[in-house]
Write a protein that binds this ligand. Structure first.
Ligand code: NAP
Length: 296
């Protein structure tokens, strides 16, 4: 298992087996600041969108690596169940923190938690796609999507970054998407802005031990498309398992990288998208039309 320390090069660092390392546990408690409480002496990770898909895979991986977990999403029952499973399987503390990140109250609830409890790793992962095009989506739904995938990311990162900088250690990972470089309605807009917020934070914290990483996945086998009510089409090679994305993200965060792209096919796509003329990208994007074909 891994443990977050004040290592000058890595916010999420690579020391193994922290649970069995009493010295490192003592180090963790020394880093609790300003009357902060802590779940235990273990490092603590807060994952949003932990009730399903990629967030669940992040939570499982970090529990296996020796972290206590704070699980955020709307489905309190699913969070409680996962918290029990993780605690039983990995001997960690796992807490369900139900919150709807489309509301300012939900965001404030999680921000307050970050301000008062030691969180060493923040994973901004909650998100979803809209089945309808920008013009066919009601303004309330556009605002909710921005709230979950941009406002919550900015706000939670802000709180976490302040605490982590003061503590001299920590890691922030934000799940954006390769769609951030395309033109897929408001989804691309929110993911692009979240990526830029993350890059900006990484630059501002570059001379601190805190790492900040934007995760840009391609297509992943999760509940995402089912919830969008679109079929998972296309060749097999385009579909990543959530664990592949998590492995690459954790590895890249530990290496202090600002951007993480999993899979050779998507590393290639990322490189290409940086150099393609924008009119070509606009023309090719077209709002996920091919995925919406045959939607149920
Ligand atoms: N799957 C892909 O192909 C793909 C590709 C690129 C990027 N991504 C990104 O990866 C992230 C994870 O998505 P996924 O693929 O794992 O999808 P998923 O299986 O549908 O999981 C989405 C998670 O987000 C949570 N969530 C949704 N709305 C929320 C809200 N208002 N407040 C709090 N939590 C909320 C859901 O929990 P509740 O419903 O319980 O609230 C769920 O835990 C998203 O940011 C997504 O945009 C996915």
């Amino acid at each position: 298992m891994d443990h977050v320390t004040g290592d000058a090069t890595n916010g999420v660092n690579r020391h193994a087996d922290a649970a069995n390392d009493a010295a490192r546990h003592a180090d963790a408690s020394r880093h609790a600041h300003d009357g902060e409480t802590e779940l235990s002496e273990r490092p603590c990770a807060l994952v949003t969108g932990a009730s399903a898909g990629l967030g669940r895979a992040f939570a499982t991986r970090l529990a296996r690596d020796g972290y206590d977990l704070v699980l955020v999403a709307r489905d309190a029952v699913a969070l409680e169940r996962l918290a029990e499973d993780l605690a039983a399987a990995h001997g960690c503390r796992a807490l369900a923190l139900p919150a709807d990140l489309s509301s300012s109250e939900g965001i404030a609830r999680v921000a307050d938690f970050i301000d008062t409890t030691r969180v060493d790793v923040l994973v901004n992962n909650a998100g979803y796609g809209l089945r309808t095009s920008l013009l066919d989506t009601e303004p309330e739904a556009l605002a909710a999507s921005d709230s979950v995938m941009l406002t919550a990311v900015t706000r939670l990162s802000w709180h976490a970054a302040h605490r982590m900088r003061a503590r001299g250690r920590g890691g922030i990972l934000t799940v954006s998407s390769l769609a951030a470089l395309g033109v897929y309605g408001v989804y691309s807009a929110a993911k692009s802005a979240a990526m830029i917020v993350t890059e900006a934070l990484a630059a501002e914290l570059a001379d601190t031990p805190v790492t900040v990483t934007a995760v840009l996945p391609g297509f992943i086998r999760t509940e995402f498309h089912e919830r969008m009510r679109v079929r998972r089409t296309g060749p097999r090679w385009i579909w990543l398992e959530p664990e592949q994305v998590v492995d690459a993200a954790v590895r890249d965060a530990r290496a202090g990288r600002t951007v993480s792209v999993a899979g050779a096919q998507y590393k290639g796509a990322y490189a290409l998208l940086q150099v393609l003329p924008r009119p070509l990208v606009r023309g090719a994007s077209g709002g996920f039309r091919w995925m919406r074909k045959g939607a149920g």
